[in-house]
Design a protein around this ligand. Structure first.
Ligand SMILES: [Zn+2]
Length: 413
């Protein structure tokens, strides 16, 4: 079916909230955003959302490591001094060996399903291209491919990519993001991450996407803001590994474009929904006041769409953008809060490039118009349907590891 409408009582674009909205989707794109009341009569197929459902752009997870899509977390010696002792502990852990029995393709599927069932359809998977390139074409949602990277900017980093200066120059030439972890630790070198980027590598401008930034100084934050570089907040990963997180209020007050990333479930919380509510709670604990829900929604939609440059036709519901959409069950009078507080059963529909991939069984007629194979299963004991087969995947995972493994970020039955 090339063209259809979604009629939604509340649409969070997220720049705006439209009541009684009518979104027209043609092929992969949003071709019209109107108020239903003003919309002309149409013969196009129209699917209606319920009164307690809210339409959002689907989410962008600004930081994940899909190869690390496994469980449980490794945090035995937390708090760590930097990512390095954690990484060493991870690589010698029994669960790491267990994970090694699973071919990377299936770990990627686990990570992609983890994201998809929360309403994420775009993931920044921080890893060198040669690792994720082979899997990306087979994944049902978007994993960024147009990026350059470094692992870190310290002398003991994992040497991803061709070096900070070369990777950054490449990013500028292609107008892609340059992504790196930064200042994720408390040793002398970690604290100089931004200084190295600026003085040694000349690699700080709007292409730069910096992840973690645990120990950014006021001067670091100022220069990041002035150069219009981007920051990614991984709140639960930070809290689990270091028992503290970035000075997020300073980042926001400086006017920096901030996005939220989950990081891998081997250090962080289970998924982006849990991450959103944890971000909210952590902010309240740190600053004794609430971060606005609108701001958190921006951090998983239009902010990352802006940061990753080639994704600027994502993250907002507007004419001409890609039809990556999300329907969440909640309170139409508090739409942003509904997403921030949403749990897995509240994810009612996920559309990727105009096609339904996952959702509530009541949307089966929409799925059927695309003539795709439809699987039925339960997520957290709630009936769902999808073009993905999470039950089949878990069966394969259990075969690889040789026992009845349970993975809480994919609670499928
Ligand atoms: Zn990371």
């Amino acid at each position: 079916m090339a063209q259809y409408n979604l009629k939604a009582p509340v649409v969070v674009t997220p720049n705006d909230v439209i009541t009684d909205g009518l979104i027209t989707i043609n092929d992969k794109k949003i071709t019209a955003v109107k108020q239903a009341i003003k919309a002309q009569k149409t013969t196009k197929k129209t699917f209606e959302l319920s009164d307690n459902e809210i339409l959002f752009p689907s989410m962008i997870n600004a930081h994940d490591h899909l190869l690390g899509s496994y469980y449980p977390r490794v945090l035995k010696s937390a708090p760590y001094k930097s990512w390095k002792p954690w990484d060493d502990e991870l690589k010698s852990a029994r669960v790491y060996k267990e994970r090694g029995n699973i071919p990377p393709y299936y770990l990627y599927l686990l990570g992609v399903y983890k994201n998809l069932i929360t309403g994420v359809t775009t993931i920044s998977d921080h890893i060198p291209h040669f690792v994720n390139d082979p899997f990306i074409p087979d994944m049902p949602i978007r994993i960024l491919q147009k990026y350059t990277l470094a692992h870190e900017v310290s002398s003991y980093d994992l040497n991803w990519g061709d070096g900070v200066d070369i990777e950054f120059k490449r990013a500028k030439k292609k107008n892609w993001p340059f992504i790196t972890h930064i200042e994720e630790g408390f040793d002398a070198e970690s604290k100089r991450g931004v200084e190295y980027l600026v003085k040694k590598y000349h690699a700080l401008d709007y292409h730069t996407v910096l992840v973690h930034g645990l120990v950014l100084s006021n001067e670091d934050i100022d220069i990041i803001a002035r150069r219009k570089a981007n920051l990614v907040w991984c709140c639960t990963s930070n809290m689990n590994m270091y028992h503290r997180t970035a000075r997020i209020k300073k980042w926001i007050d400086a006017g920096i474009n901030v996005s939220i990333g989950t990081d891998s479930p081997m250090s962080a919380d289970l998924n982006i929904l849990r991450e959103l509510s944890a971000c909210k709670k952590t902010y309240r604990t740190l600053y004794k006041k609430d971060i606005p829900d609108e701001m958190l929604v921006d951090m998983v939609t239009r902010n990352p769409a802006h940061a990753f440059i080639t994704t600027r036709n994502l993250g907002t519901i507007k004419k001409g953008n890609i039809a990556d959409l999300l329907v969440v069950k909640g309170n139409p009078n508090k739409p942003h809060k509904s997403l921030v507080q949403a749990k897995l059963p509240d994810i009612m529909l996920v559309l990727f490039e105009g096609k339904p991939l996952y959702g509530d069984p009541k949307y089966k007629p929409l799925f059927e118009t695309f003539k795709q194979k439809i699987y039925t299963f339960k997520i957290n004991n709630t009936p769902k349907i999808g073009t993905i087969d999470p039950k089949g995947l878990m069966k394969k995972i259990r075969k690889f590891v040789g026992f009845q493994k349970k993975i809480p970020f994919l609670p499928v039955t």
